[in-house]
Design a protein around this ligand. Sequence first.
Ligand SMILES: O=c1ccn([C@@H]2O[C@H](COP(=O)(O)O)[C@@H](O)[C@H]2O)c(=O)[nH]1
Length: 277
Amino acid sequence: MSGFGARLRRAMDERGPLCVGIDPHASLLAEWGLDDDVKGLERFSRTVVEAVADRVAVLKPQSAFFERFGSRGVAVLETTVAQAREAGALVLMDAKRGDIGSTMAAYAEAFLAPGSPLFSDALTVSPYLGYGSLAPAVSLARESGCGLFVLALTSNPEGGEVQHAVRSDGRNVAATVLAHLAAENAGEEPLGSFGAVVGATLGDLSSYDLDMGGALLAPGVGAQGATAADLPRVFGAALPRVVPNVSRGVLRFGPDVKALREAAERIAGEVRDVVAG
Ligand SMILES: O=c1ccn([C@@H]2O[C@H](COP(=O)(O)O)[C@@H](O)[C@H]2O)c(=O)[nH]1
């Protein structure tokens, strides 16, 4: 199996760069006419996989919405990951794990060790216990051919108080995370396996060096107010490495499989157009 960066590049080239989120909010379950229980969760997730897993590059289950139901919700998450991978999508597990190194090693095994029930192509992680605390996840990802997406500049307005904080060397925290990622990806072609999460909602990011060799997961398109048309202004020359994420902006069209598919294809088309210039 080739490394995650190479697989992601291939998927983006073949299918377009869109990532669709599987976020079974209680409000969406209700809108879909489903009960807010494990059966509703299972039906919701299976429907999203059926609608888009054979056509988008990446599916991103949001672990929180599955964990909400305890072990039975996590069992649905396991099945969802397996079904999505089987249908040909790369699965990015959005669990935003981050802890001291020894505990981080266990989180990494949960999601990135081949054969683990939640084995995924990539995992979102938080560097806010110090970038070095992620080392066990970086090394297991390398061994397993998986990827990481490290929170750098998140899409929420509260993120700036931590991420824009300026260090004693004059560089801010987010720029430091991006510099660590550039080092991880050095020499990896055509795309490094260590991506950054950078919100599509953030406006002009030209003061940051986004040329860090990996993909930029860009949440915020749709329900958080960003559009495909914003992407060139936000990401500039890094645009060909951007993987925009849309969750509610697609999911609100369910439960009809055709309507979900059309919504994803419409946004994928808009993204393709802006990337093509
Ligand atoms: O900075 C971040 C990091 C992660 N997310 C996650 O992406 C989706 C966004 O969902 P929408 O419905 O498209 O708003 C969700 O799972 C978040 O936890 C993010 O929004 N921002």
